[in-house]
Design a protein around this ligand. Structure first.
Ligand SMILES: [Zn+2]
Length: 232
């Protein structure tokens, strides 16, 4: 099974396959935000929930981003390997920047379940950052629909069993600016990028807008991105 996933992943990254999405402008439960599963995809309002999308790997996804209280909130923005938010995000203030020329400090090929994993640290071990493999599985196995929930744009991810999670288009911070809010989502994975870069400057992520969803192996580790946890 692992080999199959890696093969699919390799094809995705080398072919730069992206996924078309549709269904602009629909919204779910815009009016209600009360008790007992106001979102339709959570059993009640005691988030975060562990959502079973019936993925082949058995991975369960959280209904909320790290630091978010509801599914549509962006939660926190974190540089890769950092576990605290900052007022700005740049290579200069990245915790693992040895120097611009020397590149970034090596903290592992996969930081899931380590002291560098913000989902793991934030939840005291209950959750962890998803790997690129898990994000790729989510892209391949699920249907993705651009939606607005409670006025927030994002992608509704629909599993084979009809269960769903919502990923808000929260934008991202980099080079002391904030961009893409309501238009783009940039989520970090736990996986260091295999991009041919000896300076170890890149990490893998999930990138989407209203038209496409794709794995991203070129996210700057010093950028401030959202994180959606998983239970492996
Ligand atoms: Zn929930």
């Amino acid at each position: 099974m692992r080999t199959d996933y890696l093969t699919i992943l390799f094809c995705l990254l080398t072919m730069n396959v992206s996924f078309s999405c549709c269904h602009n402008g629909d919204s779910i439960d815009e009016e209600s935000n009360g008790n007992n599963g106001a979102y339709g995809f959570c059993p009640d309002d005691n988030h975060p929930h562990k959502i079973d999308l019936r993925l082949p790997s058995g991975t369960k996804w959280s209904c909320c981003n790290v630091g978010a209280n509801t599914p549509e909130e962006h939660g926190g923005f974190f540089a890769w390997g950092e576990v605290k938010e900052k007022s700005s995000y740049s290579r200069e203030n990245y915790e693992y920047d040895n120097s611009y020329e020397a590149g970034f400090e090596y903290i592992g090929d996969d930081i899931a379940g380590t002291i560098y994993d913000v989902a793991y640290v934030n939840s005291k071990g209950k959750w962890r950052m998803p790997s690129l493999e898990q994000v790729t599985e989510l892209i391949i196995i699920c249907d993705w629909e651009w939606r607005a929930i409670n006025g927030v744009n994002g992608q509704l991810v629909i599993g084979p069993n009809g269960n769903t999670i919502f990923l808000p288009a929260s934008g991202w911070h980099w080079d002391n600016s904030f961009q893409g809010k309501e238009e783009e989502g940039f989520y970090f994975t736990s996986t260091l990028s295999s991009y041919n870069d000896e300076a170890l400057v890149r990490a893998c992520g999930l990138e989407f807008n209203s038209k496409e969803v794709k794995p991203d192996n070129y996210l700057d580790r010093s950028a401030g991105c959202t994180v959606r946890p998983v239970c492996p």
